[in-house]
Design a protein around this ligand. Sequence first.
Ligand code: GYE
Length: 334
Amino acid sequence: MRGAALLALPLLLLTAGCSTKPGGSGSATGGGSGAGLPPLAKKASYKVGFSQVESNNPWRIAETKSMRDEAAKRGDQIVVTDATGSPAKQIADVSNMIAQRVDMIFLAPHSEKPLAPVVLQAKRAGIPVILVDRRVDPSIAKPGQDYVTFIGSDFVQQGKEAADWLIKESGGKAKIIELEGNTGSSPAIDRKKGFDDEIKSQPGMQIVASQPADFAREKGRQVTETLLQAHPDVTAVYAHNDEMALGAVVALQAAGKQPGKAVQVISIDGGREALQAIIDGKMNFVVQSSPFFGPVAFDTMKQYANGDKIPDWVVVKDKTFDKANAKAEIGNAF
Ligand code: GYE
């Protein structure tokens, strides 16, 4: 092992020297190909931090499990914190990880602006950060410069795919309620943009109301219940995640409307309950957003320690689910 590590050293220096970015910080002690990014030493095992935003739904629980399982598989130690949906707590959680001197911080940021400064704080403390599942504001902190990379889905594309399905299935005629995720979070911003821009091209389709329901099921139910009173003629609900869609299904049923039939229900995530709702005919279409970040997150950390050039965005590819494949796919869902 020791021999292999020594042999790898000249290669590492060579890779760092080849960095396309000026001021590459690769050093004899570890990787780090971006300008001024803190290096990460090559070690047999690491102590990493994973700052989770909340744990109130199956998506978040699957993500945390994926990170823990991967750490265990590799013999790395992982410190997991849960910000319980509070940006202030999440900032404190990351500050604690910095004080503990973890080797690497994996951060799933609540929202784009509030969590950006703590990324800079970690950089100043010499601890590299990888963003998983959500971004921070790029005007405050930049990939390849202030943090290593963002690993996650293309949220604009997810919104666009949801709109394209509805355009096709409704024949270009719909009155839509949109349930938004947490205000200021990158999936809420981008899933709205991707969907709304596509719907704008359709003269027969209108988004009659678009409101935040915080990615949460009960809030999704409440917001839908209220919006249905003002807009009883809706024909579709587009929710930025499964949880809010499942809440909308309950509200639609309570209002005597048939979800999946009279009102088409579309969401993003692809959890077991949403796929079951498709099988049961209560939901129609779901764009996947994978929560299984463990393997790709730890692989990226290893590549970074090796001095490999990491792209600014490690794109997670997603599938779509409808009644044609929900049965076959449900076994793989979280
Ligand atoms: O869709 C949702 C979660 O950030 C991609 O946040 C993630 C989203 C996911 O709470 O269910």
